[in-house]
Design a protein around this ligand. Structure first.
Ligand code: GTP
Ligand code: MG
Length: 729
């Protein structure tokens, strides 16, 4: 008797058919239905009990953490895989369900590195929301192609009671606005190409929770009309499910859409690689990447790390762009600069990671045994690593964290290191001298979840301080050239500091200029800098970009400089990490080294001489350049019933906020406002109580801006006091 192929065997077979693989994600504004969608796809693939699919009361299967079940929201991105048949061919769908809450947006950014296409979901009632725009930006930055799913259509019928004509009108509007966003955000080449459209079926609509979907081609094939959709809401549940099963099954419609409109890794890597990997395209390795060559050298990018709480074993999930990963293979980690051995190769069978012997290029998979960080590029021999995976927003809220029993301190330090590894959007600062440990995250909820997980999942009692805001230090004008001697008096360095040009700063923010050391022959960087308005001469003086600050070397023919430049750069990075005003990171500055007089004997110009000189020099220069503080500010879109418009306007005003726009849409008002993060601690509660729970606020943008002068001294004093900084520190 022939044994039936198990679902794992099927997935294994499909991992090697690259043209039949689709690496995709769900992405959307918070609560627009991504997890209900994912759960129902899994159920249809027979990979979970159908009765629970998308059912909140039962708890979604795709939620792997208890806090997700409790808060009814996704926190971590979840990888799942399933098979799908389309026009007689079998396909492997590797899907990542991403979170919608902005605090966990880093998980979205990282997921985008692993995939080539995404289902963007929009709630038909709420429409396009700020986070819809953000996730689209995240996708397009990685050249991930979108298709559109208009979700919660049942609400248009049952709640808003729209007629079929009104429903169609609404769809047209939503699609137009979605395409308008693509036009605005996409790179020129994709503005037209990646627009979605009803006719070709790159748009579908339906109800993720109720497990149905339709697209125009599918409706034509099944001879179904909009009126039929209305009829199903007149039916009894059993009858409705039967109709849906026969005529409009969610997984059929949307997975067909993915197969038809989203690229296979073979197609996608051709245009994605030049965007996310900046090595030599014509090299053998470059060609392996572009061609997704399973026989080529291994190239695996780690996009997510999960540490087993019991065994401590680390699993690194990510995307294999080239080669074949085999059990037991020795590999090389390019950022950590170390060798590692593959202990297990895992693929997702539904949501469950399961072991295989080998997995070829073009798949989303997981590996144990690497013990590296997220963003790492794994190869066989040293290669140019992939571009850094940089999130759109930076962490701006910090809390101190301490143990309740002092003997637990070593355990806390170990756990914090793990936390930072599993969630790279959390920045951990461990100060073993003062015993003060800090964690910074994207928002209050982010830190709350992390604290909860340390207590419940890692089993450690901790307490945290009140939330504090992260600031930046910068300069207001150019400093004069300033000369500074090393402590032994044998060397002199000549520095000046300036505000970094807006154009360059924005290009770094947009990832068009990569951070890190600039290579000797960095033609691409020079070209970009000259496009941004810099002279050829200055472009060639760029030495390094670090945390949105630039170091320029304007010295000429200094023979000895090569021997001290590394120490100078180290010293510079140390000050960038903590500036003179309050030891907060610098931003948007350009340090220029004009000249140096160096002692011939290297004994007299070691790091112990160079570091303090760089530090002193930078402090001096910054003082002369009007050192000042930047604070984080957020732009929010606040929706409230019109009756509360006045109250919200007042609330914004009381928080040093600025109104950017106020619009009335029917009985609702939409207010856009810019508010300093320092004033937004407890914002969701404040808004809730001011609006009797009717106000909803979503983050549109976040950046840093100069602080009002009159507040600066007080803020600096408080930070210095908190950090216990002495006068000269
Ligand atoms: N009426 C209706 N409700 C839906 C539909 N899809 C999802 N929901 C509900 O919307 C809420 C959010 O659904 P989720 O699937 O958790 O949404 P999500 O996008 O994964 O949410 P986050 O991951 O937290 O951003 C739940 O209450 C769902 O039951 C739908 O098609 N119709
Ligand atoms: Mg979700």
């Amino acid at each position: 008797m022939v044994e039936k192929e198990s679902s794992l065997q099927k997935i294994e077979r499909l991992t090697s058919k690259q043209e039949n693989i689709r690496n995709v994600a769900t992405s959307a504004h918070i609560h627009h239905g991504k997890t209900a969608f994912t759960d129902n796809l899994l159920a249809a693939a027979g990979l979970m009990a159908a009765k629970n699919a998308g059912d909140l009361d039962e708890g979604m299967t795709t939620w792997q953490h208890k806090d997700e079940q409790e808060r009814l929201m996704t926190v971590d991105a979840a990888n799942v895989s399933m098979a799908h048949e389309f026009l007689g061919k079998e396909y492997l769908i590797n899907l990542i369900d991403t979170p919608g809450h902005v605090d966990f947006g880093g998980n979205v950014t990282r997921a985008m590195r692993a995939i080539d296409g995404t289902f963007v979901l929009i709630c038909a009632v709420e429409g396009i929301m700020p986070q819809t725009e953000t996730v689209l930006k995240q996708a397009l930055r990685e050249r991930v192609k979108p298709v559109l799913f208009i979700n919660k259509v049942d609400r248009l019928i049952k709640e808003l009671k729209l007629t079929p004509e009104q429903m169609q009108e609404r769809f047209v509007k939503l699609i137009d606005s979605f395409n308008y966003l693509i036009m605005q955000i996409a790179e020129d080449e994709y503005k037209e190409k990646w627009k979605v459209n009803v006719q070709d079926g790159s748009v579908a609509f339906g109800s993720a929770r109720e497990n149905w979907a339709l697209s125009l081609p599918y409706m034509q094939k099944k001879r179904v009309s909009f009126k039929d959709v209305y009829a199903i809401y007149e039916m009894e549940e059993v009858e409705r499910k039967k109709w849906v099963w026969e005529n409009a099954l969610l997984n059929d419609v949307v997975l067909d859409m993915a197969v038809k409109h989203l690229p296979s890794p073979l197609d996608a890597q051709k245009y994605r690689i030049p965007k996310i990997w900046k090595g030599e395209p014509d090299s053998k390795f470059g060609q392996d990447l572009v061609n997704c060559n399973e026989k080529g050298e291994v190239a695996f990018v780690v996009t997510k790390i999960v540490i087993d709480p019991k065994s401590g074993k680390e699993i690194s999930a990510g995307r294999l762009y080239s080669g074949t990963i085999v059990n037991g293979m020795e590999v090389y980690a390019n950022l950590a600069k170390k060798k590692a051995r593959v202990q297990q190769v895992l693929v997702y069978n539904g949501i469950k990671p399961e072991q295989l012997e080998r997995v070829p290029a073009g798949n989303v998979l997981a590996i144990s045994g690497l013990n590296v960080d997220v963003g790492e590029t794994i190869t066989l021999v040293e290669q140019t690593p992939f571009e850094e995976i940089k999130h759109i927003f930076q962490p701006v809220i910090t809390k101190s964290i301490e143990v309740t029993r002092s003997q637990d301190l070593p355990k806390l330090i170990e756990i914090l290191r793990k936390v930072g590894k599993e969630d790279p959007s959390i920045k951990i600062e461990i100060n073993e001298e003062t015993g003060e440990n800090l964690m910074s995250g994207m928002g209050e909820l982010h830190l709350e979840i992390i604290e909860g997980r340390i207590k419940s999942e890692k089993g450690l009692e901790v307490k945290t301080g009140p939330p504090i805001v992260v600031y930046r230090e910068t300069v207001a004008k150019d400093s004069p050239e300033t000369e500074i001697r090393t402590p032994n008096g044998h060397n002199i360095l000549f520095f000046s500091i300036e505000p970094l040009e807006d154009e360059v700063f924005d290009a770094i923010e947009r990832n068009e200029l990569s951070e890190g050391k600039i290579k000797k022959k960095a033609e691409e960087v020079w070209k970009k800098l000259s496009e941004l308005g810099l002279s050829n001469e200055e472009a060639r003086q760029y030495k390094e970009i670090y945390k949105r600050n630039v170091f320029e070397d304007r010295t000429r023919g200094l023979v000895l400089l090569g021997e001290v430049i590394e120490s100078i750069l180290d010293g510079w990075r140390l000050v960038v990490d903590g500036g003179p005003l309050a030891k907060e990171p610098l931003m948007k500055t350009k340090l220029i080294l004009h000249d140096a007089k160096l002692h011939v004997d290297h004994m007299h110009r070691g790091p112990a001489q160079v570091y303090p000189a760089v530090r002193l020099g930078m402090f001096e220069c910054m003082k002369k350049a009007g050192a000042s503080m930047f604070e984080p500010v957020q732009t929010h879109m606040i929706e409230v019933p019109v009756d509360f418009m006045g109250t919200v306007t007042q609330l914004v005003g009381s928080k040093r906020g600025v109104l950017l726009d106020v619009q009335q849409e029917g009985i609702d008002a939409v207010i856009k406002a810019k508010i300093p993060v320092a004033e937004m601690i407890g914002w969701s509660n404040d808004l809730r109580s001011a609006t009797e729970g009717r106000g909803v606020s979503s983050l549109m943008d976040q950046n840093f801006q100069r602080m009002p002068v009159e507040l600066q001294a007080d803020v600096i004093r408080k930070i210095r006091q908190r950090k216990g900084l002495a006068e000269n520190q």
